[in-house]
Design a protein around this ligand. Structure first.
Ligand code: FES
Length: 182
């Protein structure tokens, strides 16, 4: 009788190693992909104000090339006597690419009474739903009947060498024809 006839089947070593490698690679992908996705999702939340009070809101490459504005949240660190809370939303801005390395940034709040201004691609401008103020893309009052006493508030902004867009976020007094920081 052949001595191998009743011996238990030997595992194929190569196939075993292939399975182990596949499980290991699958495990790495299963861990890395969600973490990378989560960090991408949280990207806006990782922004921090710098020493000049400027906050990174976008990269130039992420803005529409056709000059359409993009509405972005502004996040900062809030500190009180006991707590330091990072990544707190403090406002929103419209960021518009105006040239190869230039942007226009407008506070997304209406200067009339503080409603959130919307953007209309069809009208190529901004519109406040509360009392129908309308503004052109550069933030100026479009319809003279608009109750807003001034144009939308443009903010100091810069495009840094690495292509990041940084904004000095400020709010201004509502209902005033003068742009008074609050
Ligand atoms: S709050 Fe925008 S028009 Fe009144």
């Amino acid at each position: 009788m052949d001595e191998h006839e009743h011996s238990p089947p030997q595992p194929d070593r190569r196939s075993y190693l292939t399975k182990v490698a596949a499980i290991a690679v699958g495990g790495i992908i299963a861990v890395v992909a969600p973490v990378a996705g989560f960090l991408t999702f949280l990207d806006p939340l990782r922004r921090k104000a710098d020493a000049r009070g400027m906050v990174r809101v976008s990269s130039l490459g992420a803005l529409p090339k056709n000059g359409e504005p993009r509405k972005l949240p502004v996040l900062d660190v809030l500190v009180d006597a006991w707590n330091r809370t990072p990544d707190v939303p403090i406002g929103a801005v419209y960021v518009q690419k105006t040239g190869p390395r230039t942007v226009r940034v407008l506070n997304a709040v209406c200067p009339h009474l503080g409603c959130s201004v919307g953007y209309s691609a069809a009208k190529s401008g901004y519109f406040c739903p509360c009392h129908q103020s309308s503004f052109s893309l550069d933030g100026k009052i479009l319809d003279p009947k608009s109750p807003s006493p001034r144009a939308m508030d443009e903010l100091e902004a810069e495009v840094r060498a690495n292509g990041e867009v940084w904004v000095k976020f400020q709010n201004f007094r509502k209902g005033s024809s003068d742009k008074i920081p609050v």
